[in-house]
Design a protein around this ligand. Sequence first.
Ligand code: ZN
Length: 295
Amino acid sequence: MRDIWHFLGWFALFFSLLSLRSIAVAPEGETSYDSSSIYNQEESLIVSTDALSDSGSTLWEPILGAAPETDTPTVALPAPEVKESSEPLSTVTTFVRPDGVFAPRSLRESLRINYESDAFSGKISPLSLVYDGDRVEPRGQVSGRTLTMSLHIPTVDESLAVFIHELGHIVDIQHLRKGTLSADPSKSFYALSWQSSSEKIPSATIADFVSGYALSNQYEDFAETFAFYVLHNETFRKRAESNESLRRKYEFMRDEVFSEEAFEGTDFGTETVAAYFWDGTKLPFDRKKYLFFIR
Ligand SMILES: [Zn+2]
């Protein structure tokens, strides 16, 4: 009998500690939000279709094999600071997962320059950016205002392109859809090629999409178009001259998403883009030139 009371005592202690922990890690403004629930949140819309065919387990090697740089890695999911209520919400908070995993400085700097850039910052914050050492595929994922990046993408260039693609999802789902009462501007983009989220309009052809992956559903169409507009604007504009749907998608990005001239006339691609390609995030581009431009 004494053993049972002993057991129940530990049982009660365990659960009281567990509930204390979930209180301790919940940032303000979110209900039940901890390092595991980020991935289990029942969002009304979770975009998680970024698994692409041509990457595999070899992606683990480059970053795991690299010697850690000397600067301190981003701290993992700290207890939230109490912030001043007057603080503007234009913030990106970064986390690593699991605790202590190493996110290379070149990667963090590249993404930081991107999300702090005037072209993006007002459209994508507040944002929780999670560097995920456990994730391989999908390489990036958006859930609510949490953007998760795999740390196993082979190059910083590709990571940055994936990040821009994921920012496209944030702009589509969070920025343009300001509250449920107002009209969703993204709908006029979707209507160019889609009659439901994953069903194309009967007249759609492959040439109406910037990439093969954009054919997946209306959200991937938006994100791929967004990233292509940012990194390969001039190539996009030229392709749009001979395709009405592409022309309107280009104009949507220019007029509804970016201020005029934000990327017009730029092209950071370093090779001729094939008429058909699968994944826009694998197109080579000049990362330094791009970061210098948006800085
Ligand atoms: Zn996507």
